[in-house]
Ligand binder design. Structure first.
Ligand code: NAD
Length: 257
């Protein structure tokens, strides 16, 4: 038997015209990528974000920061999308319009085939130059296979010679303007926002469900634990993305037949 909450969520989705899926680090957890909270107990407990995730830190010790991100990039590139990512692709095919707005920098939504993904915090798969922001999407064949402490000089930008840095949003930096504007417009105009795997503590991304709710959208949340978003959720589906999302697609398919 399909649980009542899943049926309710599927009914809401069935009558929706425009759906926004807002994902956070929990969406990638079952692919083997730690969430921010995991990271606080692990990475950020051992490394200082001021040194590794700020422009000042990069300018002070570029080889340290580039080496750390090279290690993280290799780890992320070896991860695969899980059934929850696949379920979002299936959902996109079942509904008139669906866009994914993600805080994740791992590129797993695109890797699984989601067609329209707005990246609020950039992507670790891309780089850009420090001084002019020239984009660089090439691979780094020369990367050493060092650990997270291994220093490595950042390659120069092919256009201007300035050092390359990861194209992710660091502490103290603005989010990419085009992505933010588009995400906010979708939040204002959607009928349903499906919020998956975010604590709702990192702003301005955390504001999007509140914008959607104020604009009259239904909020469906998927998370193993209550979050800052849960109090405005019309339906809270407690559980993991990799289990609940496929079950939601199955419930929608049952309703449609
Ligand atoms: P967060 O770490 O603050 O919160 C993660 C949320 O995911 C929690 O509410 C947790 O209960 C939930 N969760 C854990 N396992 C889950 C699962 N299997 N299924 C569904 N939910 C699960 O994450 P956040 O709100 O996205 O904020 C973290 C910030 O750090 C973001 O800015 C993000 O860019 C960055 N970050 C990104 C990645 C990534 O790209 N994969 C990883 C870590 C951090």
């Amino acid at each position: 038997m399909i649980p009542e909450g899943l049926i309710h969520a599927a009914e809401i989705l069935q009558s929706a015209q425009r759906v926004v899926v807002s994902t956070g680090a929990g969406m990638s957890r079952e692919s083997g990528i730690p969430t921010f909270r995991d990271a606080q107990e692990g990475l950020w407990a051992r490394f200082n974000p001021e040194e590794l995730a700020t422009e000042r830190g990069f300018r002070t010790a570029p080889a340290r920061v580039w080496g750390w991100y090279a290690h993280r990039r290799r780890a992320i590139m070896s991860c695969e999308p899980h059934p929850g990512h696949g379920a979002l692709v299936a959902l996109e095919r079942l509904l008139p319009e669906l866009v994914v707005v993600t805080q994740n920098i791992d590129g797993l939504h695109q890797a699984s085939g989601s067609a329209d993904v707005i990246e609020l915090h950039g992507s670790i798969r891309r780089s850009k130059c420090l001084d002019h922001g020239h984009p660089f999407a090439g691979a780094f064949d020369e990367e050493i296979a060092g650990g997270e402490d291994a220093e490595q000089d950042p390659p120069p930008c092919p256009d201007c010679g300035s050092p390359l840095r990861p194209d992710v949003v660091w502490f103290g930096e603005m989010l990419p303007a085009a992505a933010t504007t588009r995400a906010r417009e979708f939040a204002e105009q959607c009928d349903v926002m499906l919020v998956v795997g975010t604590s709702g503590m990192v702003w301005p991304a955390a504001e999007l469900p509140f914008v959607a709710e104020r604009s009259g959208a239904c909020i469906i949340e998927i998370n193993p634990d209550p979050s800052e978003i849960t109090r405005i959720a019309d339906v809270f589906l407690q559980g993991r993305a990799g289990e609940v999302l496929p079950a939601l697609v199955q419930a929608l398919n049952v309703l449609r037949h």
